[in-house]
Ligand binder design. Sequence first.
Ligand code: IVH
Length: 627
Amino acid sequence: MSIKAKIEQLRSEIEKHDYQYHVLDAPLIADHDYDRLMEELRDLEARHPEFIVPASPTQRVAPRPLPGFAEVRHSTPLLSLANAYSYEDLAEFDRRVRDGFAGPVEYVVELKIDGLAVALRYEAGLFVLGATRGDGEVGEDITDNLRTILSLPLRLREPLTLEVRGEAFLPVATFAQLNNERRESALPEFANPRNAAAGSLRQLDPSVVALRKLDLVVYGLAQQAGAVSARHSESLEFLHQSGFKVSPLRQVVATIKEAYALCLHYQGIRHNLPYGIDGLVIKLNDQAGQVQLGTTAKSPRWAIAYKFPAEVGISRLLDIEISVGRTASLNPTAILEPLTLAGTVVSRATLHNADFIAAKDLRLGDYVYVQKAGDIIPEVVAPVLSRRGAELVPYIFPAACPVCQTPVVQSAGEVAWRCPNPKCPALLREKLIYFASKSAMDIAGLGEAVVTSLVQHKLVADAADLYSLTVPQLLTLPRLGQRSATSLVEAIAKSKHNALDRLITALGIPLVGEKVALTLAREFLSLDVLAQATEAELMAIPEIGPKMAESISIFFAKADSINLIEKLRAAGLNFVYALSARGNALAGKTFVITGTLPGLSREAAAELIMAHGGTVAGSVSGKQPRS
Ligand code: IVH
């Protein structure tokens, strides 16, 4: 078999498994066997780059961030849907359909997945363009970002030219994981999967989008060269057969009553689904009938969205718990009498900050309305004033840190009150937990309990101290045996070789999470170069705005940070971005660095040379002072 044929065979095989896994949720082979196929293809393509094509499964993630998104005019407008909130609304819709269309009426009922509308264009079977809805007429070209979605076929089984419409979304589990990471990184959480999907697709770096693990369901065919099916249900079947994921619910019913029964059924089980839905969509099945009914300026007359009612409950505010976060902020949490809301028991809800509590005048003992925003995060909406007892007094936010009793401070323009004590044990605990967490240094065995114990027993005063911990020291801690102590010391030592982006994440720079850390590592290649970067240099990177740039430069200018970094260097942590990631442009070359280099310390220059595969001769120590 020729190399070209072998490559093609591998691609078809991988596409088949992508479809089985990501569209049908029915994998045929084990992950490592799949990985082996991918590796084989990557390897062949690396040796024969002349055979690489954009539709190859290896080409999902574009290597470079985009400068911005280009505008795309849609072939036909992306409309929205009229909403129905009751059976009466649906019956009214049904009457209008029957008035406007003489043929036999049949409806297709689909899930209304809560994500972001996208239009996808295929030419001769190849995915060539993907766009957001925008204002309905003109959207943004997000082709490179959509290519990272593994359930999106890069090529169809037939060389068809067509345009499909669908919804890009984040599955519930992925959404929860993303918000966890954001919470740990002191980044604002997304209120619901739709905002998260929108935020992800707006990222300029496709490799960051790929990490977000979006999914896609298509629900309609906008344009197709050649035959058009007579029924919408047939179009959906056709799309499914062509390799797309479609709504698992695509039931054909004869009456609006049956459609409503499905709405009620799904209202009851919506929280058991692996993705968020905010309703069901009911569409006239007959495509000629759709054309006959036409559209209003905003929405088709042949379809309607049944929207689930928001779930609100009443509970009691039993207490307000104040914890100290990783950025030293005092974070209030409402402790509620447990109530069931949108399928889960709610007993806590964030109260964000002192201003939030004051603006709503929440008082301990109040009855409060609780709602799930976007049906995911519980939220205290307001006190039930009619049920407020005369004895309840306005809440006074603590004036001192609940852990170290230092009086709290508020910086100008900030809502958060912070504990100013850099030695606050609560702060150290949070920082260490974050440092060791999965998305940061990923140190196995260093969870909350061990960290709490280390802090209590004063074995560490900062993250760098972790690297000098010994087994005998750890054995002095309660509930830690020889075996766990040994593996913990090993896990800590192993983390010294972690990729640079993990270390940047672990430093806990305010506003810098895992994804930004990766961007910074790739841009600056070494921690020392990053530490010296000016705000202007930071802002030259598309994802870095002025706030983030300021936060990064403040962090690296602090004496505590400089001290920590020097201790981490002395402990032998990796400060450079992986060699392979930057190629070996300087391989085989040896450099001697003398004198001063404008804007670069000798150490940083050495790291850069090494990051490109070069060798540095002689000593480069004698770090330049920060200017
Ligand atoms: S049909 C012309 N079907 O809901 C028909 N839309 O307001 C327009 N959506 O953002 C859409 N699931 O992206 C249709 N099964 C489904 C849908 C669906 C979700 C979204 C759509 C749009 C919004 C409509």
